[in-house]
Design a protein around this ligand. Structure first.
Ligand code: MF3
Ligand code: CO
Length: 257
């Protein structure tokens, strides 16, 4: 069952999302060569706690940190580590979220560490662009797989692939609610979108094959070919008109600057 949120609930989710959005914005300056992925997690955790909210990821299914920090060939769920030092030319995905008065936010970005090569830049940009292609279908009347199909089409246009094993999701009083939102599929399938649905839409895009595997730590997901991967996620509200982005700083901008 897809839980429709009331305007009051959406207000709380907006507040939750605003904190996540600001942290992801602040990370643009924080992420430089020489820091560790643990430094990123510390920054995220302190920021969430400083805002009076609860880190949504910490303790979730036993996850040990407040952010997932995934470097280069790592796709998602990288566990922050003091041993993992970011180097010039790396790309790093940070996924985090907050709980505010019982309501969740969830968002992710991929950052460049110093100067990166043009293919890495294109991977990051296409991942974000695919989210915004999907967003065009986040309106009443469209079906869920219209969103999925738009994302897949944009990604494959550039010769990249979408991860199949992990998907977006409904979000509200739990981080993961129905429906599941694949980043691939045939259009015209699945539930019709209606106002009050809140969805975490999150393309995970690989340079090479879509196939991934989980490391022995039981969390870190990597590409099987060792090529790089990028992630872009926002918490999105379906309204009568344009969708509302809860985890970007300027909701009037369709494309983040
Ligand atoms: N943010 C992830 C998602 O988008 C979930 C993170 S799992 C956790 O679904 F355990 F790290 F919290
Ligand atoms: Co998510």
């Amino acid at each position: 069952m897809i839980i429709i949120k009331s305007p009051q609930e959406i207000e709380l989710m907006k507040e939750a999302g605003a904190v996540t959005a600001k942290i992801l914005r602040d990370l643009r300056k924080f992420i430089v060569p020489g820091i560790t992925t643990k430094d990123i997690d510390d920054f995220v955790e302190q920021s969430i706690l400083g805002s009076g909210m609860i880190p949504a990821f910490k303790g979730y299914n036993g996850y040990p940190a407040s952010a997932c920090v995934s470097v280069n060939q790592q796709v998602v769920h990288g566990i922050p580590s003091k041993k993992c030092i970011l180097l010039e030319g790396d790309i790093v995905s940070v996924d985090t979220g907050t709980i505010h008065r019982g309501y969740f936010s969830d968002a992710a970005r991929t950052y460049s560490v110093g100067l990166i090569d043009p293919d890495a830049k294109r991977l990051i940009d296409v991942t974000q662009a695919s989210f915004y292609e999907g967003l065009k279908f986040c309106k009443p009347g469209f079906r869920l797989s219209d969103v999925s199909h738009a994302i897949q089409t944009r990604v494959e246009e550039d010769g990249f692939s979408v991860v199949r094993d992990y998907v977006g999701h409904g979000i509200g009083r739990a981080m993961h609610e129905e429906p599941q939102i694949p980043n691939f599929g045939t259009p015209g399938r699945g539930p019709r979108l209606v106002p009050g649905m809140v969805l975490a839409i999150e393309p995970m895009v690989n340079e090479g094959t879509w196939k991934v595997s989980v490391l022995p730590d039981d969390w870190t997901v990597e590409t099987i070919d060792g090529k790089r991967s990028a992630h872009y996620e926002n918490t999105v509200v379906i309204t009568e008109e344009e969708p509302l982005l809860l985890t970007t700083l300027d909701e009037s901008l369709m494309m983040e600057v």
